[in-house]
Ligand binder design. Structure first.
Ligand SMILES: [Zn+2]
Length: 289
């Protein structure tokens, strides 16, 4: 779909040209301007930032592999035929408007990091985002934002997603997709994880993008389900996924859930997610063909 690629490219470009909040925060004030470091010069050339977090001495011994789990079977099905033209027009418009309509919220630097090019064993790993993990907020969107804007000293408390989707379909972008969100703890996708912090174990975070849907008010508990997400949320989710899929090598069957990647067996989110709603929308955007 050429129009989609063009739209996604335009969206990515305008996001870049608007400057990124997190990057702005790291820039020196005019009074403290200095010569750029080599890392900053390389970043200015467009190389994804990586390896900027301090890494401990490489671990010895062979790389630890994740425990065997069931392979991910995507509920999304390949679909190339005609789709709902009204839905396609609405989503195309939302995609074109995403760069100007999305809200941007800077979060505390303790809650996210850079993607690594080497794991804790010193072995090279590919930091390219290639899996999307979906979550839900359980409590309201503002509660999630308050958590992410609060500094957390302990590894266990540090948490973030790349984006939130509110009940009205508003998209809140929290960090550059090239940065590493702390969206999942001990986790793996189809037998892949990366160990960057031996204290936490392997995780998908180094190659994942994380998006969280605002839970409806009747879901503020640990029941197995709730009344589900709004049509506007599925619209916004499909459009955000379209942008990410246009920018990174993310096939539709690598859109998954926290529940599926979690190795602790404690995560059930996003509960009450209706895959048929996402199927219709990604089909109409030409992303399932
Ligand atoms: Zn989650």
């Amino acid at each position: 779909m050429r129009w989609l690629q063009a739209l996604a490219a335009a969206a990515a470009l305008s996001l870049g040209s608007m400057g990124w909040l997190a990057r702005d925060l790291n820039e020196p004030s005019p009074s403290s301007r200095r010569e750029p470091s080599l890392i900053e010069m390389v970043q200015a050339l467009g190389t994804p930032p990586a390896d900027l977090d301090p890494q401990p001495e490489p671990l010895g011994g062979p790389r630890l592999a994740p425990p065997p789990t069931n392979p991910w079977r995507s509920p999304l099905k390949r679909a190339c035929g005609p789709s709902d033209p009204k839905l396609a027009a609405r989503l195309r418009q939302l995609l074109a408007n995403l760069p100007s309509k999305a809200e941007r919220q800077a979060i505390d630097p303790s809650n996210f990091g850079q993607r690594y090019r080497r794991d804790a064993y010193g072995q090279p790993v590919d930091p390219t985002p290639r899996v999307v993990v979906m979550h839900e907020t359980v409590y309201g969107i503002q509660s999630a934002i308050n958590t992410f804007t609060t500094a957390h000293a302990n590894d266990d408390d540090q948490v973030s997603y790349h984006a939130l989707i509110g009940e009205q379909g508003q998209v809140v972008l929290l960090m550059d997709p090239l940065q590493r969100a702390f969206g999942a703890g001990n986790s793996a996708f189809n037998g892949h994880w990366v160990i960057t912090n031996p204290k936490i174990g392997g995780s998908v975070n180094n190659f994942a993008l994380h998006v969280s849907l605002e839970t409806p008010i009747d879901g503020e508990d640990d029941d197995p389900g709730h009344s589900g997400y709004k049509q506007a949320q599925y619209d916004a989710l499909a459009v955000l996924l379209a942008q990410w899929m246009g920018r990174f090598p993310i096939p539709f069957d690598q859109i998954t859930t926290h529940r599926a990647v979690d190795l602790g067996g404690e995560r059930a989110d996003p509960r009450s997610f209706d895959w048929s709603q996402l199927q219709r929308r990604l089909h109409s955007l030409g992303l399932l063909c």
